[in-house]
Design a protein around this ligand. Structure first.
Ligand SMILES: *Cc1c(COP(=O)(O)O)cnc(C)c1O
Length: 225
């Protein structure tokens, strides 16, 4: 780890600490050594977006790492990460939620997940809108699902340099979080995460209610395509 990277890491931690938010170091595509050097500095939360890569790294690296799955997850691959994953960020359909619950039950655990919301203007971003989420949450109130626990929401802002637009999208996700909390999880302390903010936009995310930022390239350098 270069001195500059170390300084960047410490600067990000000061910012997240200030907002009482946590940092998920997004290590996808980067080798174990890169993870180990941040681990040595005390970092325990790491994020990956490929099932195979995550399973391999889990095997090879210290067992007290909290592994976050941050990408689009296919239902048939949930089983490979179900025994150990700490948090699945991108749950974007009822079918995926049910698939995760099923694997959670097989492993005698409840897997923590975040509901992903579509907040960006881009077409390609996955996620629920309010009506879809409401349908799901109403249904779960009547028929609770064992094997899974919804602990918050996640979203990605539009990739743009219009800060006002990004800020508005983050504020929207925070409002969605509050609305769900009030209506469905008022007494559940575990429902508390708003996962938003990446290398390019995390300061705005923190200002607008993020509890968890997911930062890759700023910490580890650019990813190879
Ligand atoms: C890759 C990725 C990140 C990190 O992106 P950077 O711009 O490198 O910080 C965050 N969230 C998700 C969902 C990602 O896929």
């Amino acid at each position: 780890m270069t001195e500059a990277q170390q300084e960047t890491y410490e600067a990000i931690l000061r910012e997240t600490d200030h907002y009482k938010a946590s940092l998920v170091a997004v290590s996808k595509t980067h080798p174990n050594e890169a993870i180990e050097s941040l681990y040595a500095k005390g970092q325990r939360d790491f994020g990956e977006n490929r099932v195979q890569e995550l399973a391999d790294k889990y095997e090879q690296l210290p067992k007290d790492i909290r592994w976050h799955f941050i990408g689009h997850l296919q239902r048939n691959k949930v089983k490979y990460i179900a025994p150990f994953v700490h948090l699945i960020h991108g749950v974007d359909s009822p079918r995926l939620l049910r698939a995760i619950a099923k694997e959670g039950r097989k492993n005698n655990r409840a897997i923590d997940v975040l509901l992903q919301f579509h907040i960006a203007q881009e077409e390609s971003k996955f996620g629920f809108d309010w009506a879809e989420a409401k349908d799901l949450l109403d249904h779960l109130q009547k028929e609770p699902l064992e094997g899974v626990r919804i602990v918050g929401v996640m979203g990605m802002a539009t990739y743009t340099d219009h800060d006002e637009q990004i800020a508005e999208e983050f504020a929207t996700l925070s409002a969605v979080f509050e609305r769900i909390k009030t209506n469905y999880f008022a007494d559940a302390e575990y429902f508390r995460e708003v996962s938003m903010g990446m290398s390019g936009d995390y300061p705005l995310a923190l200002q607008h209610g993020s509890t968890m930022v997911r930062i890759g390239s700023l910490l580890f350098g650019a990813r190879k395509k």
